[in-house]
Design a protein around this ligand. Structure first.
Ligand code: DX5
Ligand code: ZN
Length: 215
């Protein structure tokens, strides 16, 4: 069984509390929170005031995915929002090792994210320090994009790196996840599936979450 992390990027921000309550009542394992700065990615989503509002209502652990430059500036603020996992992009961190240690010292799980064109070898010297690897299966910035098939090869390579190194990291996949792509991901070693538009555009989001979890 895979874990599921619905992304609130595709929620209705006009009734965010209702959508978070829906996730509380669902089988979701995490709530995935996408922060975009308009610099690292060509879109702006929301920041700490909104995350704090989500945290007040959320009963699931928060998985915060920072699509921003120099995310080390915000380690304490992410922690103060009550995040369990802090995801930073390898492409956004000049001193990735230091950032990972800062995240762990702040009491959070450290996750490192790779864009679709960033090779898995970039993780080789940090993998044993990580709690999670997040592989982007779309170019970050927007919900509702199509899954990039090359992700499957990267997923297998990441699983192999984790095995060879003895790392305890879990593998999360983000972008274009639905029942078809999710099944292939689960079969190839994904531990956690992020799903935004597929969950929130469904008539019965809780059922979709339950179906994804069975993959
Ligand atoms: C994309 C975000 C994703 C996004 C996924 O930049 O990181 O988490 O919400 O959306 P879907 O599932 O619609 O591809
Ligand atoms: Zn994300």
């Amino acid at each position: 069984m895979v874990k599921v992390a619905p992304s609130v990027l595709s929620a209705d921000f006009g009734k965010l509390n209702d959508d978070i309550e829906m996730l509380n009542a669902s089988e979701a394992d995490y709530i995935h929170i996408d922060v975009m700065d308009g610099v690292f990615v060509p879109n702006i989503s929301f920041g700490f005031p909104v995350i704090k509002s989500i945290a007040k209502v959320a009963k699931k652990p928060l998985d915060v995915h920072l699509m921003i430059v120099d995310p080390q500036r915000y380690v304490n603020q992410v922690r103060d929002c009550g995040a369990e996992i802090m995801n930073v992009h390898v492409e956004a961190c000049t001193h990735l090792h230091r950032v990972v240690q800062q995240i762990k010292a702040a009491g959070m799980k450290a996750a490192v994210t790779l864009n679709p064109a960033t090779p898995v070898v970039m993780l080789e010297d940090i993998i044993t320090d990580l709690d999670m690897v997040l592989l982007m299966s779309v170019n970050p910035g927007f919900g509702g994009q199509s899954f990039i098939p090359g992700t499957i090869k990267k997923l297998r390579q990441t699983a192999e790196l984790i095995k060879q190194s003895g790392s305890k990291a879990e593998i999360e996949i983000d972008g274009g996840v639905n029942l078809a792509t999710g099944a292939e991901l689960a079969a190839n070693g994904a531990d956690i599936l992020v799903a935004g538009s597929f969950v929130f555009s469904a008539a019965e989001p809780k059922e979709i979450i339950a179906e994804l979890r069975k993959l």
